[in-house]
Structures are given as structure tokens and as C-alpha cells.
Design a protein around this ligand. Structure first.
Ligand code: SPV
Ligand code: MG
Length: 282
């Protein structure tokens, strides 16, 4: 998906069931988002959930699906050594890759006080990338290096310098993040960057730009980073409020997924078939 011609897409999921829904919708890959993994646990996107708690969730996501999963690994949960351990554990759970960002642990989401956040030292971050690449055993495991230079207001020159350093350190792709409502920063970056190395973007704020525009710019991968959790939150709130107000589920029953659909998503049928095979017949 990174190296092929044309544009590809990852969609966010945050647990086994949402991952299966995203795969069934036809996405060729899944973004295990830090924002939505933490959000679905009811905690903040500030590394409040520990890295092993994140690992446990992505293991459920991996078990539930067949398409590649890219974990939003924040800053790598520590220094180069913590990233080494993370890479081995992700590989053992068949996670396809990890994205790490050049901020400081504990990180804060890019859309909260972006300008007040500090960037990692370039050399230190390059060491982290190298350590991750040296640790992987599967040649297909990928490390995406995300620069937050534009998020913290450090400017295009800094973003380009960091992206180039991370490319040289061995990153498989560069994620350039922007919180502008227009794609101007991304366009300016791509004009200078050219086709040096695959580029990934997250158009959460500049969503109204048609994706064909990004394809023309030479972007390899677009991440729809949070839309499954956001749609679930709207649906859950409406259902909970309606049921409480009306003291009835009659108005909701046809609008929500039937229980049979939950069983299907859980793979209940396979267990029934296995029981036929393995349980003693009466
Ligand atoms: C995430 O999905 O957690 C991301 C993307 O890192 S963003 O929320 O835009 O920072
Ligand atoms: Mg994140």
C-alpha cells in the first residue's frame, strides 16, 4: 500500500468488533488510532493507557481481521529501547507496522494546544527509528515516522529537514501532519518533497479537499483517523437518551443492529460448528 502506485486508505478502528466492521467495509488496512483506542477506554490521549494495555487491544483487533493494522504508537512509549520491545511484541501479534511521532512522552493529541508541545531531538528520534528497524524480524514490518513540526508551528523548513533525516534513518514512510482547515501546508510540503519517499497524511481538519487532489500531489496513504469512534459516539448517545426518555426501546429497535448481527460479527456460527465436531454427542 505504501510503495504501490496510486493512493490507498486506512480507516480507524479501536477494538476487535470495529476492526472487523472496517475490514468488511472493504478497507485494505486499519489504523489503530491512539485517540480512539484511548477514547474508547474513556481515558485521555496522553499515554494514560499503558503500552501493554494498547498491545492487548491491538491483539484482539489482529485476531478479528486479516488486513494489515498500523498501530499509532505515539512516541514509542519511551526511548529507543522501549520501541525495540514494542516492535517485537507487535510482530508477535501480526501487527503490520507502527507509526511513531517526534514529540515527547507523555504526548498530547495534535489538536490540543499544538503550539505548546515540544518536539523530540532529531538525533534521538533517528536513533529510535534505527533501533526499531534493526529489531524487526519480518521484512514487511513498517515504521512510519511522523513529524509534528507543522503542528507545533516550527515551519515547513523544519518539517522537511526532519522528514529527510527520518527517511535517511530508515523509516519506511513519512507522515506529515497538519491541523489547518485547508491542505495548503501539505501541498507546500509535497512540492518540496516530490517523490523522495512514501508520504502518509491524516486529513481530519482538511477533510473537504477531494482525495483526487492528494493523489495528484503524490500522497501514498490517507488515514481516516477517528471516524468510526465518532460515529459510534453519536449513535450510542442518541440510543441511550431515547431509551431513557421514552422508557421504551420500540423507537430504536429498527434503527440499531439486531442481536443476530452481533453474533455474526463475533463468529458465533463457527463455534456452533466446532461444538458439533468436538463435543461428545448425547
Ligand atoms: C490518532 O488517530 O490518534 C492520531 C491522529 O494520532 S490525530 O488525532 O490527528 O493526531
Ligand atoms: Mg494519535
Amino acid at each position: 500500500m505504501l510503495r504501490g502506485k496510486g493512493l490507498d486508505f486506512l480507516c480507524e478502528a479501536h477494538n476487535g468488533m470495529s476492526a472487523r466492521i472496517v475490514e468488511e467495509a472493504g478497507f485494505k488496512g486499519i489504523w489503530a488510532s491512539g485517540l480512539t483506542l484511548s477514547g474508547s477506554l474513556g481515558v485521555r490521549d496522553n499515554n494514560e493507557a499503558s503500552w501493554t494495555q494498547v498491545l492487548e487491544i491491538v491483539e484482539f483487533m489482529s485476531d478479528a481481521t486479516h488486513v494489515p493494522i498500523l498501530l499509532d504508537g505515539d512516541t514509542g512509549y519511551g526511548n529507543f529501547n522501549n520501541l525495540r520491545r514494542l516492535v517485537s511484541k507487535l510482530e508477535s501479534r501480526q501487527i503490520a507496522g507502527v507509526c511513531i511521532e517526534d514529540k515527547l512522552f507523555p504526548k498530547t493529541n495534535s489538536f490540543i494546544d499544538g503550539e505548546r508541545q515540544g518536539l523530540a531531538d532529531i538525533e534521538e528520534f533517528c536513533g529510535k527509528i534505527k533501533a526499531g528497524k534493526d529489531t524487526q524480524r519480518d521484512d514487511d514490518f513498517i515504521i512510519v515516522a511522523r513529524t509534528e513540526a507543522l503542528i507545533v508551528g516550527a515551519g515547513l523548513k523544519q518539517a522537511l529537514a526532519r522528514a529527510e533525516a527520518y527517511r535517511k534513518a530508515g523509516a519506511d514512510a513519512i507522515l506529515i501532519h497538519s491541523k489547518k482547515r485547508s491542505p495548503d501546508e501539505i501541498e507546500a510540503f509535497m512540492r518540496e518533497w516530490g517523490d523522495r519517499h512514501p508520504v502518509v497524511i491524516v486529513p481530519t481538519t482538511y477533510y473537504s479537499t477531494p482525495t483526487a487532489r492528494f493523489e495528484a500531489l503524490g500522497i501514498s496513504l490517507i488515514i481516516w483517523a477517528n471516524h468510526i469512534l465518532r460515529s459510534a459516539v453519536s449513535a450510542m448517545r442518541r440510543t441511550a437518551e431515547d431509551i431513557r426518555k421514552l422508557q421504551s426501546i420500540a423507537a430504536e429497535e429498527d434503527r440499531i443492529a439486531p442481536v443476530a448481527e452481533i453474533f455474526r460479527l463475533q463468529g458465533a456460527k463457527e463455534l456452533q460448528q466446532a461444538e458439533e465436531r468436538y463435543l461428545p454427542r448425547e
